[in-house]
Design a protein around this ligand. Structure first.
Ligand code: SF4
Length: 443
């Protein structure tokens, strides 16, 4: 039988990147070879996202373009995986007959065999399980692809927070922590294979281990952080995403001991107004969020803090939006991932009648981005002339002989350096900056 080819396209978050890495490993175990060229593949795996409507529209337009090749030679087959597959599921093959496998993020374990069967026997596989606690996971570890020096490890699946705008708990199911032993074995294997930096992933990593109660002695995120950080030859350890309610002092304790845990924290605030936070079901107030920022900065003076913010949540009036602006000005985040509110069918916020018109949401987004761009510019400018340890890890997209790396605080740095230095940590003096990155010279 001729060699079968697969390709993988990832839409959305880092957890999808991690899932793609495990699917890549599982397909290789079955003797399939990866190709970058979707059009020549027997099966293209789309790992999809549902967080915003735009993410889904992008996948739909990508799906449409395979009509002609499917009618001509019945390839490539598409395997739709991830949150969008869970949300729109069975509807997809009706509209796009070349979609032959559909599986949500909790059904990854069944995907490789379904792809093989679909290619050999032409079957259609719609794999779903309505039980939000059910999970059929892949047993193989991730295979880093784009960057051999860095890897992600998902430490927990799903989310129990039910923020009123968010689709994640509905598509990814209930929060389930992976066992510490499994995570540590995976991390050690990655480091032995040459990985220098690991990022621990979860929708809310801070609640890691909370579902262990009654099964084993308390083992929480701080314990996992400490144990992974002590793996020999692991140079850098990061984690994301945190939830302000669950970011406890024991995590700060472990981080403040220094070592390889990077002083950078992504702490989504989502809104600056107490009324909007309450309606988002975020369970903290503006004052509590600011107090936590203060504690983090006291414990980690060099820390960089990034955030996520939604503008134009239903019912958010102008004064409430201005509270987000003033919070940005008060905290001075290093970077912010901002988005106009996007209604997600099935969530409480999407059912509200007081939706903010699209043009107004767009206006608020432009305004908050201008504020943040200025803050990021000022913070980065203040780094000029200073020396930082930078882990160089890949060729920069712009400019010849430029390597891209990151400071421990997660700032992107471009440096003129030979390719062989990729994967090493070097001292770099920052020579210039923009709101998005730094440029520097090797010392
Ligand atoms: S914490 Fe809230 S925003 Fe984050 S994944 Fe869970 S429900 Fe969604």
């Amino acid at each position: 039988m001729s060699e079968k080819l697969f390709s993988i396209k990832v839409f959305g978050c880092q957890m999808n990147v991690y899932d793609a890495g495990r699917l890549r490993a599982a397909m290789s175990e079955r003797g399939w070879r990866e190709t970058e060229n979707i059009d020549e593949s027997d099966c293209a795996i789309f790992v999809t996202c549902s967080v915003r409507d735009k993410a889904e529209q992008k996948v739909l337009s990508e799906l449409g373009r395979f009509k002609a090749s499917w009618e001509r030679n019945k390839r490539p087959r598409i395997a739709m995986i991830g949150c969008m597959a869970e949300r729109v599921g069975a509807e997809l093959p009706k509209k796009f007959p070349w979609v032959r496998v559909v599986a949500g993020p909790r059904q990854l374990g069944a995907v490789p065999d379904a792809i093989v069967d679909s290619c050999e026997n032409g079957g259609l596989h719609i794999i779903s399980n309505e039980d939000p606690n059910a999970r059929c996971d892949l047993s193989c570890a991730t295979a880093p692809h784009d960057n051999p020096h860095k890897a992600y490890i998902t430490i927990a699946h799903g989310c129990d927070q039910f923020c009123s705008y968010c689709i994640v708990p509905y598509v990814r199911g209930r929060f389930i922590s992976r066992s510490p032993d499994e995570i540590l074995v995976e991390a050690e294997r990655l480091v032995k294979g040459g990985v220098k930096e690991i990022t621990l992933l979860g929708q809310n990593v801070n609640t890691y281990g909370r579902d262990f109660d009654g099964v084993r002695s308390p083992y929480r995120f701080a314990d996992l952080l400490r144990d992974v950080s002590s793996i020999k030859n692991l140079l850098r350890l990061r984690f994301t995403t945190s939830h302000p309610v669950d970011f406890s002092d024991d995590i700060l304790d472990v981080m403040s001991r220094g070592g390889n845990i990077c002083p950078s924290v992504n702490l989504p605030v989502q809104a600056g107004s107490d009324k909007v936070l309450r309606e988002m079901n975020r369970r903290y107030t503006r004052a509590e969020y600011l107090a936590l920022i203060g504690r983090i900065r006291d414990a980690l003076p060099e820390v960089s803090i990034t955030t996520d913010l939604i503008v134009g949540f239903p019912g958010e009036n102008e004064d409430e939006f201005e509270e987000s602006v003033s919070l940005f000005e008060e905290v001075r985040f290093d970077l912010a991932h901002t988005a106009a509110y996007s209604p997600r069918e099935g969530t409480p916020a999407a059912a509200r009648e007081d939706q903010i018109p699209g043009r107004e949401r767009a206006r608020r987004l432009v305004r908050i981005n201008e504020i943040q761009t200025n803050i990021s510019r000022e913070i980065n400018r203040s780094m000029e002339g200073r020396i930082f340890e930078v882990m160089l890890d890949e060729a920069a997209q712009k400019g010849e002989c430029l390597l891209q790396g990151r400071t421990a605080t997660d700032k992107v740095v471009l440096v003129k350096a030979p390719q062989e230095m990729s994967g090493s940590i070097c001292n770099v003096r920052v020579t210039s900056s923009s709101p998005w990155c730094l440029e520097g010279e090797l010392l």
